[in-house]
Write a protein that binds this ligand. Structure first.
Ligand code: BGC
Length: 717
């Protein structure tokens, strides 16, 4: 990129106070009519330009599954599509740092080549409750896995000369009343679970920016919380980038500036929130009263400029509007293949080349690529599951799929019309699934060799999922259909596969015996059908593992206060499960999940051996070997859990402290794995500081959190 020199101190000395105040407020809600046009249509916001001083605007755009910009522009024949990658939860299911890095690089290139400067991703809140509407945008219930995935992704994005943004800082684990709810959480849980991924990613990957969240944290909006944004983020962790608010967040612009929230986005919030005063006026008032000093403004402006001078906009980069979408489609496919999780398999999968497949469920055509809201994407295409099978030459029952096409168009034309919400997003009613009579199903079971039933769910920003049939539970029509399929295929000695095209856990326990295999394809992005086809045919051996627990029953979920109190309109949500989030709870309190954290089957088998543990400086080094003992090639995700000794502090039964994924191992092939666990990562936060307990630690190497293959004690003295 061209070198354009900006002397930040000189610029600051030349800026008027008014210009400084303007600069810490975003350029406004540019998608509203009568505002200046955005530089890139569909972007989320911009920083302000100061023409007089040669300071250009910089463009910010979402999001976690791919760059979200409008593909269409007025009076312009060209299209501006971006790649739809798998959702973050699926990316985390790969447990593969290299893939996250590659996906980051690809997205970063699209960001740069479409004239955007900062990507508003990754989102790294924690899967605290399966019903959070944005869980699909987050990686995991575990802070280490989240932090590691985020770090690799950020490195990838930023290697392209554009910025990444860790969001939403912090404790924003629900959508219900997200702009006002007060999250009450102990400092221990905050530090060990919710802040941890941010800490890991910041220290490892130096993201250019952080986005503070909508919610209050222990009584104060996070964007108005100096302890969070200054003491922890900058003084303790050494974060050097800038902090922006989430869009329209908080209730006091001056407080935000005073609390080290450098940039207020999108700016001109009063245009939507009629009861608010313009941020610029509020800040000016505080300046005139002496509550905000010029020094403070200089500091915020300096922090923002230090980042922005590295952006393509400031370097005068001539973007092409032609990112390498062909290449990125391959990366989206590859990432998706590694993120598919095989949950159950009684010999149903993979299918053989001659197997005739009857695919049921409207999701074969209306496949869900990802969630809605700012985590949505606008790709060139989405290969649905049916087209994926056809493209890959899998023998399908074409008549059956034609029936589905027909039924879908009839339903969508009548009672199940797609409408738009106030934001212009599609509202797509879930279609009934009990669409075929028993006799018809019987016929399809006779003329085909295997049945596949697709179940879909979609959720998105702004609303949480519901504990109802059709959302967390299967709907009655889905259960009826599943039962009929199960009966028809099994009566003829044939197998039934359920495919879950969902963004977060649903209830499985009550119906899992009705099928022979369950394949979790998550929401895999634009390459959905290709990924699906190659996994069921065995061309790709599934190697994804769950980054989040699938509970047996919703009642087992530890976050009892969700989405807070009072139930109908929560003002407060108390994280009273404390550090016992996800498997930390299920393992410690002996609650059996449906599918545990870290779980995922393969078409082959792996054995673990030769565990050696030794100390090297500040690290505990764990070495072992993984061998493919089965018939086909595959990859294994090896996980290291640590059980702490009984000490002064309550500890979970075990915690993930390291992981690695093997390369593709052929039958009989072996790989040596070495995982380093920094001793410092064994510390717990006792309420005031980090404490490392001495004594006997159990180092547990597993294929999942409940399938521990090797263990050894390690004495820390
Ligand atoms: C979301 C952010 C997003 C921003 C800009 C907000 O509603 O919470 O994740 O980056 O909008 O689109």
């Amino acid at each position: 990129m061209a070198k354009v020199e900006f002397d930040i101190e000189k610029l600051i000395s030349e800026m008027t106070v008014e210009e400084k105040i303007n600069f810490v407020v975003g350029a406004g809600i540019l998608w509203l009519p009568n505002n200046p046009a955005p530089k890139v249509k569909g972007e989320a916001g911009e920083t302000r330009e100061i023409k007089r001083l040669g300071i250009p605007k910089a463009v910010l755009a979402d999001g976690p599954a791919g760059l979200r910009i409008d593909p269409e522009r007025e009076n312009d024949e060209n299209k501006y599509h971006a790649t739809a990658f798998p959702i973050e939860t699926m990316l985390a299911s790969t447990w593969n740092r290299q893939i996250l890095r590659k996906v980051g690089e690809a997205m970063g290139e699209e960001v740069r080549e479409y004239g955007v400067d900062i990507l508003l991703a990754p989102a790294i809140n924690i899967h605290r409750n399966p019903l959070c509407g944005r869980n699909f945008e987050y990686y995991s219930e575990d802070p280490l896995l989240t932090g590691e995935m985020a770090a690799s992704f950020v490195e990838g994005v930023q290697s392209q000369g554009v910025g990444a943004c860790l969001k939403h800082f912090v404790a924003n684990e629900q959508e219900t009343n997200r702009m006002s709810v007060d999250t009450i959480v102990s400092e221990r849980a905050l530090r060990e679970i919710y802040l941890k991924p941010f800490e890991i990613a910041i220290k490892k990957a130096k993201p250019w920016t952080v986005m503070s969240s909508y919610n209050k944290l222990n009584g104060k909006y996070t964007s108005q919380n100096k302890w969070l944004l200054k003491d922890v983020l900058r003084d303790e962790w050494g974060f050097e980038g800038f902090v922006m608010t989430d869009w329209f967040a908080g209730d006091n612009a001056a407080e935000q500036i005073k609390s080290w929230n450098d940039l207020l986005m999108p700016g001109n919030t009063y245009q939507i929130f009629k009861n608010r005063r313009p941020e610029i006026e509020e800040i000016k008032g505080a300046y005139e009263r002496g509550e905000i000093t010029e020094e403070m403004l200089n500091e915020r402006v300096r922090t923002i400029l230090k980042v922005l001078v590295n952006t393509p906009a400031f370097k005068g980069y001539k973007y092409s509007n032609k990112p390498n979408l062909e290449e990125h489609a391959k990366i989206a496919y590859e990432a998706g293949c590694e993120g598919v999780v095989l949950l159950k398999n009684n010999g149903a999968l993979p299918i053989k080349p001659e197997t005739r497949v009857a695919i049921f469920g409207t999701g074969q055509i209306e496949t869900i690529k990802g969630g809605t809201g700012s985590g949505d994407t606008h790709p060139r295409y989405v290969v649905n599951l049916l087209d994926g099978l056809i493209e890959k030459g899998i023998k399908i029952d074409e008549e059956l799929s034609e029936v589905y096409k027909q039924k879908i168009s009839e339903l969508r034309a009548s009672d199940y019309k797609i409408t738009k919400n106030e934001w212009g997003d599609n509202i797509i009613p879930r279609l009934p699934q009990d669409l075929l009579a028993e006799e018809e199903i019987k016929r399809y079971a006779t003329v085909n060799d295997i049945g596949v039933f697709v179940i879909t769910r979609i959720s998105g920003e702004g609303v949480d999922r519901k504990l109802v049939k059709g959302d967390f539970y299967l709907a009655d029509d889905e259960i009826h259909m599943l039962s009929k399929l199960s009966k028809a295929f099994r009566e003829q000695g044939k197998k039934l596969v359920v495919v879950l095209n969902v963004g977060a856990p649903i209830e499985i326990e009550s119906w899992k015996d009705l099928c022979d295999a369950i394949l979790l394809i998550w929401q895999p992005g634009q390459e959905a059908g290709r990924i699906f086809a190659d996994v069921i045919s065995g061309k790709v051996n599934p190697s994804g593992k769950l980054p989040t627990t699938f509970p047996k029953r919703y009642e087992d979920v530890p976050s009892r206060s969700f989405p807070g109190e009072p139930k109908d309109n929560p003002e407060v949500v108390v994280y009273d499960e404390d550090i016992y989030v996800g498997y930390r709870y299920y393992d410690t309190f002996r609650v059996e999940p449906a599918f545990e954290f870290g779980f995922g089957l393969s078409y082959t088998t792996f054995e673990y051996s030769n565990l050696k543990i030794y100390r090297d400086g500040g690290d505990i080094v764990v070495r072992f070997e993984v061998i493919n003992t089965g018939e086909v090639a595959g990859k294994e995700v090896a996980q290291v859990y640590v059980r702490a000794p009984r000490g002064k502090i309550d500890k979970p039964y075990q915690e993930l402290k390291g992981f690695d994924k093997t390369k593709l191992l052929g039958p009989g092939e072996k790989q040596k794995i070495e995982i380093r666990i920094p001793v410092s990562s064994l510390a717990s936060f006792d309420g005031r500081c980090w404490v490392i307990e001495k004594g006997e630690y159990e180092i547990r190497i597993g294929a999942s959190s409940r399938d521990i293959r090797l263990k050894q004690t390690y004495i820390l003295d």
